[in-house]
Design a protein. Structure first.
Length: 368
């Protein structure tokens, strides 16, 4: 439980994180490895703190998007293997220096890493294949090109082969997901026949774990959003616990008379007498303008208070006409109620976006 706050604060609940990890692990075999995805500041929270905590809970691998994120984890003391999902060749010297493991997803990146790793011995790399998301990844036709570089190459060793599901949370797209899984099996069967060792295979993300663990958990699974408390499915709402809660305080209360305007560009014109509260939180903090003009709401003493007018860079205004409140009172943006997913939905977006948008200037407070 986070104590009463006095400034805009993102609370990070480690027991909730442990709960989510345990629930996800309950869906897979004890022998299946678990990769914790901590990219984008661990989905807007605190990647270093969460990774160190997860390392104590015996996750097997970490994944980040970019090399700098992996370096930050190493500097914080993380020792488990770290997969860099989207490395760029310019960072390969640093990647190797910090013993990070690259995802190689096309010939350009693959060839660049062969040059960068010329002095290495069996450096672990991960081969990503495109099975339908059409974002990053080799195609099945690239295997023949890879064959010449993988056989008898002492500089690199394939630690894993993986792909990424594009619609695993949408059961109306089950046929598409099953086709991705089938394509992955065909690709890996062909690739493994060329190697004299067996790398780890993985394709399941959070929703994949929840919906397809019976047929496609392979050697390892990956989870990002699930660790932070979201299963992308109402069936699992009670099983996951939100890890972060964003709260703020009331800076000032105004009494507004009819026809007075509120905020930039007269974003709201009062039709009747009303009371507003100004909150030290704005679009520079991740609460975009699309939450303004009555779409989004904050919660004060358990009551929903619409965001009125245009969201400013460093503050926003809410309607507290029907709420007994004072300056300094706590305001809830999201947490357990509403969840980040529910808050995001008011502006037509998703939990991933609001979580990762939370500015680094907002104070983080870890709850153990």
């Amino acid at each position: 439980m986070m104590t009463k706050i006095q400034e805009t604060t993102l609370g990070i609940n480690l027991p909730a994180l442990q709960n989510n990890l345990s629930f996800l692990k309950s869906k897979i075999k004890p022998s299946t490895k678990f990769m914790a995805v901590v990219k984008a500041y661990a989905y807007g929270s605190d990647a270093e703190q969460l990774a160190l905590f997860l390392e104590k809970l015996q996750v097997d691998y970490f994944a980040v998007a970019y090399t700098d994120e992996g370096i930050a984890l190493r500097k914080a003391g993380v020792t488990k293997p770290i997969l860099v999902l989207h490395p760029l060749p310019i960072h390969f010297p640093e990647l190797i220096a910090y013993k990070l493991e690259p995802s190689l997803y096309n010939k350009y990146v693959f060839d660049a890493f062969l040059i960068a790793s010329e002095k290495e011995k069996e450096y672990p790399v991960h081969l990503k294949f495109n099975t339908g998301l059409n974002r990053l990844g080799f195609s099945a036709e690239d295997i023949s090109t890879l064959e010449n570089h993988l056989i008898n190459n002492e500089n690199i060793k394939v630690a894993s082969v993986f792909s990424h599901l594009g619609a695993s949370e949408d059961l109306t797209e089950k046929a598409f997901t099953l086709q991705q899984i089938t394509s992955f099996k065909e690709i890996t069967n062909r690739l493994l026949s060329l190697l004299n060792y067996k790398p780890l295979l993985h394709i399941l993300n959070t929703s994949g774990i929840l919906n397809y663990a019976d047929i496609a958990q392979f050697d390892m699974v990956r989870s990002g959003i699930g660790l932070y408390g979201f299963g992308n499915d109402a069936r699992f709402k009670e099983d996951f616990k939100p890890v972060v809660a964003l709260k703020s305080v009331i800076s000032q209360i105004h009494s507004i008379t009819p026809n007075q305007s509120i905020g930039y560009n007269k974003g709201h014109i009062a039709k009747t007498t009303m009371k507003t509260a100004t909150i030290p939180l704005g679009h520079a903090d991740g609460i975009g303008r699309h939450y303004g003009k009555g779409k989004g709401f904050l919660t004060v003493h358990g009551k929903k208070c619409p965001i009125i007018g245009n969201v400013c860079m460093d503050m926003l205004m809410i309607d507290v006409t029907n709420v007994a409140c004072k300056e300094g009172d706590e305001v809830v943006v999201f947490g357990e109620n509403p969840t980040a997913s529910e808050f995001a939905a008011t502006a037509g977006t998703i939990s991933y976006e609001i979580l990762t948008a939370i500015s680094q200037r907002i104070r983080r407070k870890v709850v153990y």
